[in-house]
Design a binder for this molecule. Sequence first.
Ligand code: ARG
Length: 263
Amino acid sequence: MKNKKIIAIVLAAVLVISVGVLAACTKNGGTDEPSTEPVSNTEVKTLTMATNASFPPYEFYEGEKIVGIDAEIAGLIAEKLGMELVIEDVEFKTIIPGVQSGKYDMGMAGMTVTDERLESVNFSDTYAKGVQVVIVKEGGDIKSLDDLEGKMIGVQEATTGDIYASDEFGDDHVTKYANGALAVQALNAGKVDCVIIDNEPAKNYVEANEGLEILDTEYTVEDYAICFAKENTELQEAVNGALKELIADGSVQKIIDKYIPAE
Ligand code: ARG
């Protein structure tokens, strides 16, 4: 009598376990019933990168796709980490808040490391350098930095160009745009007298727009890096490890050379 009871309990337990195992198998690719869950959610972790994709050659659209130095380096990092890269194109000023709140895993947008930003986010090792330059109308009356006094300066909001221009000339002399392309459009239309922006995008904009040139004087030299939420040191370290390898084996330089041909 007692034995029978035990056998019954054991049998019941075996039954419960096998049903569980069966259910688990079906979920992970059983053939008779297709899983409703997308594979990427159950197997591959996504790496969400926030950027502002009107910043060639670092991030820009080729058709529907975001390409460029940052997009390609991030792609290789994700590959090394076995993650699936998802790139979100957002306004530059929303990148750091979005990374802080965990909406995005990281921000990669030709983003300059500054002391002020280091108070809100952590940065990876740097992978590229940028220089702030001034775009003007060809043959206009701005010939050097001294001529900027009293002029209207166009910038992309919340960038280092914005910060320098606002600090030096005052907010009244700075018009902020959501991205660099819009600032250059305003320069073309005569709404601003110049645009302060990073040198490589500046070269791209000048090439794409007739009648613009870059002043010979350089503003500041800056380091670009990837930003992470302060508490997400695990991802920061993983990305840094991958980035180190990609710098050491020449992959990063290869990508930079592909997008910035030597003059
Ligand atoms: N380097 C500048 C900064 O960090 C400008 C970056 C703008 N990047 C972009 N993808 N729009 O403030």
